[in-house]
Design a protein around this ligand. Structure first.
Ligand code: SAH
Length: 358
C-alpha cells in the first residue's frame, strides 16, 4: 500500500502526484476524493458551470492515431454546420440558462471555415445579449492549431476562452500517437500564442494511452501548473476500431476510469482554482462517469447541443454517450443530482475560473 502525501499541502512534488495517481485501494481513493472536493469548494465554490457543446464540423486535416474523425477514416460522412444554425444553437443555450457554449470542430484552416466561424462568433455575441447575459453568451473555442492571425480574429469577434489539448506532455509518446507532421512543438507554440492574444487558455491530456506511465501523467499535471493553465479538459483514452491505435495494449476500462478520476482529483489538489471539465469520455466508460467526476473535483459540464442528425458523424471514439441526450432533460437530471450532493448549477453566467479572473 502506498503512503499518501499530506493532501492539504500547497506544493505537491512530482512524486507526491505520482503516489496519488497510483492509489488503488478504496479507502485511499476516497480520502483523495474528499480532499479534492474540499479544495474545490474552498477555491471555486459549489457551482457547476454549464457549456452547451456544439460539434460544428467533423472535417479534419489531421490524422491523429487515436481519433475516429481522422482524415484517413473514409467511413465518416463529413459535415459542416452553417452560421445560422450555430446562432440558433447559441440561442438554445441561452434559453436553457447555459451561460456559455463550446464550439468544437475537426482541424481546418480553409478560408470558408475561418470566415464563417468569425461571422458566427460576431453574430452570437450580438444576438444573445440580454438581461441575463449583458455581454452575450460566453464562447469557448476548441478548433485546434491555427495561425496567430486566425486566433486574433476569433478573439476580436468575441470568443474569450480556448481549449487546445497537449494530449500528452511526453514528447516520445506524442510522436507515437501522431504522424510526423504533427509536432508537439507546434502545440506548445499555439498555447503560447493563445495566451498572447488574450484568451483564457485550457489544455488537457488523454489518460491511459498505450505506453503512457503514471510518471507521464504526473508530469502532465506539473505542466498544467507551470504553464499557468486556467481550464482543464481530460478524459480516458478510448480505442476506436478505425484508427491505428486499435488493438494496442492499454490499461483496462476500470483502470482508465479510476485513473481518469484520480487525475481530476490530483489536478484539483495541485492547481486549486481552475475550471475542470467532467468530460464525455468518462461517461463512455461509466454511465455515471461525469457525475463521479464532479465528486472528484470537476466543476464544468458540457451538455450535448450538437444537432441529432449529425451526432453520429462526430464519433471521436466509440460508445460515445448521450447520442440521444436531450438538452432539456439533461438539465433537469443534473439539477436533481447536484442538489443531492450539495452543489448547484451556475446558470446565466460565463463561469470563468477564479484563476483566470484574478
Ligand atoms: N480538433 C480539435 C478538437 C477536437 S478533438 C483539436 O485538435 O483541439 C477533441 C479531443 O478529443 C482531442 O483533443 C482528444 O484529446 C480527444 N479524443 C480524440 N480521440 C479520442 C479517443 N479515441 N479517446 C479519447 N479521447 C479522444
Amino acid at each position: 500500500m502506498s503512503l499518501l502525501p499530506d493532501l492539504t499541502q500547497k506544493e505537491f512534488s512530482r512524486e507526491d502526484i505520482a503516489t496519488i495517481l497510483a492509489a488503488t485501494e478504496v479507502g485511499e481513493i476516497n480520502k483523495i476524493r474528499v480532499a479534492a472536493e474540499d479544495v474545490l469548494l474552498k477555491h471555486c465554490g459549489a457551482e457547476v458551470y454549464m457549456r452547451g457543446l456544439v460539434e460544428a464540423s467533423n472535417v479534419c486535416r489531421c490524422d491523429c492515431f487515436y481519433c475516429g474523425i481522422r482524415k484517413s477514416n473514409k467511413t465518416v460522412t463529413r459535415y459542416d454546420l452553417g452560421v445560422d444554425e450555430l446562432v440558433s444553437l447559441a440561442q438554445q443555450c441561452v434559453a436553457f440558462g447555459y451561460g456559455s457554449m463550446v464550439i468544437q470542430t475537426g482541424e481546418r484552416s480553409d478560408k470558408k471555415f475561418i470566415d464563417n466561424l468569425e461571422t458566427a462568433i460576431h453574430r452570437i455575441k450580438n444576438e444573445t445579449c440580454g438581461d441575463n447575459l449583458p455581454q452575450g453568451l460566453g464562447i469557448t473555442l476548441s478548433v485546434g492549431e491555427q495561425t496567430k492571425e486566425t486566433y486574433r480574429r476569433f478573439f476580436e469577434a468575441g470568443a474569450h476562452r480556448y481549449l487546445l489539448r497537449i494530449e500528452t506532455t511526453n514528447p516520445e509518446l506524442f510522436a507515437q500517437i501522431h504522424p510526423p507532421e504533427q509536432r508537439i512543438e507546434t502545440r506548445l507554440e499555439c498555447l503560447r500564442t493563445l495566451r498572447e492574444v488574450g484568451y483564457q487558455v485550457g489544455t488537457g491530456v488523454m489518460i491511459g494511452l498505450p505506453g503512457q506511465s503514471i510518471e507521464d501523467l504526473a508530469n502532465d499535471i506539473m505542466f498544467f501548473k507551470t504553464h499557468d493553465i486556467a481550464m482543464i479538459g481530460m478524459g480516458p483514452f478510448i480505442p476506436h476500431e478505425q484508427t491505428p491505435l486499435w488493438g494496442k495494449q492499454c490499461p483496462d476500462e476500470e483502470s482508465r476510469l479510476r485513473l481518469g478520476l484520480l487525475m481530476i482529483a490530483a489536478t484539483r489538489l495541485v492547481l486549486r482554482d481552475v475550471n475542470i471539465a467532467a468530460t464525455t469520455a468518462l461517461q463512455a466508460i461509466d454511465p455515471q462517469g461525469r457525475e463521479k467526476a464532479l465528486r472528484f473535483g470537476a466543476n464544468v459540464m458540457m451538455p450535448m447541443m450538437t444537432p441529432e442528425n449529425v451526432r453520429l458523424d462526430y464519433l471521436l471514439y466509440p460508445n460515445k454517450p448521450n447520442l440521444n441526450e436531450n438538452a432539456a432533460n439533461a438539465r433537469l437530471d443534473m439539477e436533481a443530482f447536484l442538489k443531492n450532493i450539495g452543489r448547484n448549477l451556475g446558470l446565466n453566467k460565463w463561469g470563468d475560473a477564479p484563476h483566470a479572473t484574478k
